[in-house]
Design a protein around this ligand. Structure first.
Ligand code: ATP
Ligand code: MG
Length: 603
């Protein structure tokens, strides 16, 4: 194919779009790949579509290689299947809901587990039909709270979503492993570095799950890794839990007057003054000796507000994203929740808790928090609060704290939750060394869903013994439009985009520089020959455009090889430039096609 710039529907821009913050967004708009249609919703122009199709093709090939078959669902779907799995509610405000003329509820699908499950139920009924993997490459709709960074977080975006169906757990393991390997090949072929990290399953339910994160500063996901090879999304990091401590000889707890100590810092200072501790007894008090009880308000998918108290060592901050990822197990209903610090009004309803001096109560006989204590609030603690640990914490009286309050002896809790910030230097849970933190973009996500969806929608098959068994499923997503953005984000310089060969909108960008007829004739002939050799060619044949503008556009558009036909033609040479390295070489006209073909083959 030859795209002629005199004809191509393209206007490059000199200025960054005002709403763009990240490089990929700025450059994809400036270089004429996409246009904004509405917040988080984009139109694809010819160059953009070319890149998008190449990304899709690589994905299709790798899906075919593991035996997955392509189907295509509507994006506009009825409410009922999503009602059956409760996701009509669970998705909360993230779902685009609409009605038809008769008033029936519809949605624009954010993901398609329900429909795939029903399709297989519709057509298959025996273990002999399984294993089965189906996929589609299709638009998804999510009313994201913060659409941002152009294609990176859109409200309409393209996802490749696949689903596996197996009769037993071993089958699911195999399907999951096949997808995992295919994903690594896809990202490798795209030229996109990814790190598979352990993830939480979140609203999807199910057990095992991994995300493929592309490391970059503009990413919204924080992940941690150790030198020893551990890698996990921050939400999924588990704390190294200390051993229980024998408390049979621990002194009794005592309440002390600690006026004006509503914060951890003031409390630590006052503790060292009022109740100094000898070195043999643990040394000076630090924030790590205090138990901080943070009152949070959860907005359930039903819009009800539920108060939860979280107890953490005073030297650690509560990480709301970690709380959100892990609190589901303790709530009465699954789904998207809101999470924030409790406000004055919330606190007024629980006078047992005295602001600045909140604690779980002085003894197990009269608990304030935990095990249906007088506050009747859910009380969850950080995993470091194990039986026998001793704490300085609020006494639920203004200006008073209790010292030596022993976990398991003096207070109890309703559950343990991963909820505090993960810090650089914390130990990896698998003992592979200290953690370092980094940022990344989630490019793909694979889940072992298990039987949740099959059960909700009654997908069963006859097994070998003629018994009905519930099918077990996996679900696997790749952000296709997000991949285009991530590739642009990680492949650019001050002059524009620098595509990897695998997805570049063309193999070579031919520029006719100057005015001479012979220059255009030679450029035309070379473009035709390159095209005949099987390459995709962009040919800048615009007659009255200056060399500076043509080169500027070529570098902005970012095709890996730029071939300039200009003054050198008189000596029988053209200039061939590698957009990535900037290296340029004069090559004899008759050798130019072979030279470019070789460069393309070498990648
Ligand atoms: P995120 O945490 O970034 O919101 P997610 O966990 O909600 O993503 P999944 O439901 O796992 O996303 O969707 C599978 C893939 O679809 C993601 O790994 C990501 O690459 C892509 N994706 C999800 N949401 C968006 C979006 N708003 N815009 C573009 N791509 C997206
Ligand atoms: Mg995800």
């Amino acid at each position: 194919m030859i795209l002629r710039l005199s004809q191509l529907f393209l206007r490059t821009l000199r200025e960054d779009p005002v709403d763009a913050e990240v490089a990929s967004h700025k450059l994809l708009v400036r270089a004429g790949y996409i246009r904004r249609a509405a917040p988080g919703i984009y139109t694809w122009l010819p160059l953009g579509l070319s890149v998008l199709r190449k990304v899709e093709e690589i994905i299709r090939e790798e899906m075919a290689a593991i035996g997955a078959q392509e189907v295509h669902f509507p994006a506009l779907l009825p409410r009922e299947p999503y009602e059956a799995t409760n996701r009509w509610t669970e998705y909360g405000e993230g779902l685009f809901r609409l009605q038809d003329r008769k008033g029936a509820d519809y949605l624009l699908a954010p993901t398609h587990e329900e429909m795939f499950t029903l399709l297989v139920k519709d057509l298959y009924s025996s273990y002999k039909d399984l294993p089965l993997s189906l996929y589609q490459i299709q638009n998804k709709y999510r009313d994201e709270a913060r659409p941002r960074a152009g294609l990176l977080r859109g409200r309409e975006f393209i996802m490749k979503d696949s689903y596996s169906f197996d009769v037993d757990d071993a089958g699911l393991d195999a399907s999951y492993a096949a997808h995992r390997a295919a994903y690594l090949r896809i990202f490798d072929r795209l030229g996109l570095e990814v790190i598979p990290v352990t993830a939480t399953a979140g609203a999807m339910g199910g057990s095992k799950s991994e995300e493929f994160l592309h490391p970059t500063e503009v990413g919204e996901d924080t992940f941690v890794r150790s030198a020893g090879g551990y890698a996990a999304n921050v939400e999924a990091v588990t704390t190294v839990v200390p051993a229980d401590i024998d408390f049979s000889n621990a002194p009794a707890a005592r309440v002390l007057d600690t006026p004006d100590t509503p914060t951890i810092d003031t409390l630590v200072a006052a503790s060292n003054e009022l109740a100094p501790r000898s070195d043999s007894d643990g040394g000076a008090w630090t924030a790590a000796d205090t138990l901080k009880n943070v009152v949070l308000a959860v907005t359930l998918p039903t819009k009800e507000r539920q108060i939860v108290v979280i107890g953490v060592p005073g030297d650690r901050a509560v990480d709301l994203k970690r709380v959100e990822a892990n609190i589901g197990a303790f709530l009465p209903i699954a789904g998207e929740i809101g999470l924030e610090a409790a406000n004055e009004e919330d606190l007024k309803k629980i006078p047992q808790l005295v602001k600045g001096y909140i604690g779980p109560g002085l003894s197990l006989d009269e608990p304030v928090l935990g095990l249906e204590g007088s506050s009747k609030l859910l009380f969850l603690v950080d995993p470091r609060i194990v039986s026998g640990t001793s704490w300085v914490t609020g006494a639920n009286q203004d200006g008073k704290h209790v010292f030596g309050l022993v976990a398991g002896r003096d207070f109890a809790w309703d559950g343990v939750i991963e909820c505090t910030e993960v810090r650089a230097g914390d130990e990896a849970p698998d003992g592979s060394g200290p953690l370092e933190t980094a940022r990344g973009i989630e490019m793909g996500h694979i889940f072992q869903l298990g039987r949740k969806y099959a059960e909700a929608l009654d997908l069963k098959v006859l097994d070998q013994n003629g018994k009905q068994v519930v099918v077990t499923m996996g679900s696997y997503g790749v952000g296709v439009t997000r991949a285009v953005a991530a590739l642009a984000e990680s492949n650019n310089d001050e002059r524009g985009l620098v595509w990897p060969r695998s997805v570049a909108p063309a193999d070579v960008h031919v520029v006719a520089v100057g005015r001479g007829e012979e220059i255009f004739a030679a450029a035309e002939k070379l473009s035709a020959e390159l095209n005949a050799a099987g390459l995709d060619v962009i040919y800048d044949d615009r007659p009255k455009v200056s060399p500076g503008v043509k080169f500027g556009d070529a570098e902005l558009v970012g095709v890996p090889t730029i071939l300039a036909v200009g003054r050198g033609l008189a000596e029988g040479v053209v200039e061939i430039k590698d957009r990535r390295t900037g290296d340029a070489e004069n090559v004899a006209v008759e050798k130019a096609v072979d030279y470019v073909v070789n460069a393309v083959r070498q990648k």
